[in-house]
Design a protein around this ligand. Structure first.
Ligand code: NIG
Ligand code: FE
Length: 421
């Protein structure tokens, strides 16, 4: 007899199990479906998974839950957010409704730079308390792990305060937070005429400082650096310089590429061994092949296109058919995606990017976990993994993608404890 703290049985369980690597191409359809399934938890970990009869026979649990008519999934892993910032962009929202484009607003000093002005003025405590509220919301929507980027400081002091806020959120929130350092999010106004000097500041001052802070404060946790490789942001040469330097300092790499313009950033980032390349709306066929052959994960951000009122989405169908590993993220941020809901991002990806619900769920769990260097720890329901799981009030997992605009989450388990419901 196995002793368990908690046993959930009679659920439709989707294990998303992966043999220790991200799911590529056709593997993204393999969801590990157990129709009458059970999961046993002890000391924060999953100790048994299988059909209910088999698991119930070998496990004695302190607490049990009959989950008939419900669906159990690994907790969503949110692998790309800009969740720490001050203020809002409501005026810009109206300007966009009246016809302004995201890049136009950005070129006129709005967009990211308007959030930078507000974030520089905010106290670290304000950044932490608004961040906490947002993490509470995403947890109620089924997310149990979340990456957060800096990038609304664009000066050493505010970038470091953002990092401090991110570290505090990780320490004080049930959601595990993964930090990404992104001073290369926009060229700050002070450097508008001399962007290369800002690149040097990032390489010589910011990256080394951030690395010391992160290794001192979050020992053992993966940490990333990211760049926005785009017109009016960082060109490919500048992006490459920053990423190379970051890699030397021990950061794992991510890159915002091909969101509006193909500058060759996808190829550059893959060749540098980036863990993920994100957005990919304008990826070329040649780069799709390169991505498929690499160990880099392609992160799609369907809520961005939806929010910008665009019907031109990254061609994730083609990428999967060509053998890429795809992850889904909301890219939550105040400008291009004020969306905290992974189920909504999934719903959009299924409709406009033609992912099947099973592919979208793998993209939002196990592949997203690998996009954060956490594929061995979270993202699937497998023996030995951390018990991060979500119970949905539906009989059929496809409904998580099918229904949208409401919340089907009934219970959230983080490290084996019920934290919602
Ligand atoms: O991923 N593209 C750059 N960064 C964000 C937008 C951030 C913002 O508008 O504040 C993105 O879309
Ligand atoms: Fe982003």
């Amino acid at each position: 007899m196995l002793k368990a703290d908690f046993l959930i049985f009679k659920a439709q369980v989707l294990t998303c199990s992966s043999l220790g690597k991200p799911k590529k191409g056709g593997e993204m359809r393999q969801i590990g479906l157990i129709n009458d399934g059970a999961v046993a938890i002890r000391n924060e970990r999953i100790i048994s998974v299988g059909n209910s009869e088999e698991v119930c026979r070998k496990v004695r649990a302190t607490e049990t839950l009959d989950a008939q008519g419900k669906v159990l999934l690994p907790g969503f892993v949110e692998c790309h957010t800009h969740l720490v910032f001050a203020g809002d962009r409501l005026d810009e929202f109206e300007a966009k409704i009246m016809g302004a484009s995201y890049l136009q607003i950005m070129a006129e000093g709005g967009g990211i730079l308007s959030t930078v002005r507000k974030t520089r003025k905010a106290t670290t405590q304000e950044l932490i308390s608004t961040g906490k509220k947002r993490l509470d919301k995403i947890m109620s929507l089924g997310t149990t792990t979340c990456e957060i980027k800096t990038g609304y400081g664009l000066e050493t002091d505010t970038e470091m305060r953002m990092l401090q806020a991110i570290v505090e959120l990780d320490r004080n929130h049930l959601i595990e937070v993964i930090p990404t350092f992104m001073p290369a999010h926009a060229i700050p106004p002070e450097f508008a005429q001399k962007p290369n000097e800002y690149v040097d500041l990032i390489c010589e001052e910011m990256l080394p400082k951030a690395r010391v802070y992160l290794t001192d404060n979050l020992p053992g946790k993966p940490f990333f650096a990211d760049v926005f490789c785009e017109k009016n942001a960082f060109n490919t040469i500048q992006s490459e310089k920053i990423l190379k330097k970051a890699k030397e300092f021990g950061f794992r790499l991510k890159a915002h590429v091909d969101e509006f313009t193909n500058l060759g950033g996808t190829k550059m980032a893959i060749l540098l061994g980036a863990t993920s390349v994100d957005h990919l709306d304008k990826i070329s066929d040649q780069e799709i092949t390169l991505l498929a052959e690499s160990s880099t994960i392609g992160v799609i951000t369907p809520a961005v296109n939806f929010n910008l009122g665009s019907t031109e989405f990254a061609n994730a169908r083609k990428m999967i058919d060509k053998g890429c590993a795809i992850a889904i993220s909301t890219d939550y941020n105040p400008g291009s995606s004020p969306c905290l809901s992974m189920p909504l991002a999934i719903a959009i990806a299924c409709r406009y990017q033609k992912l099947l619900p099973c592919e979208a769920i793998n993209a939002a769990t196990i592949n997203a976990a690998f996009a954060l260097g956490l594929g061995e720890k979270v993202g699937s329901i497998e023996v030995g993994k951390q018990a991060d799981m979500v119970l949905f009030d539906t009989r059929d997992y496809r409904e998580i993608a099918y229904e949208f605009g409401s919340n089907l989450v009934e219970k959230v388990f983080k490290k084996g404890k019920v934290v919602i419901g």
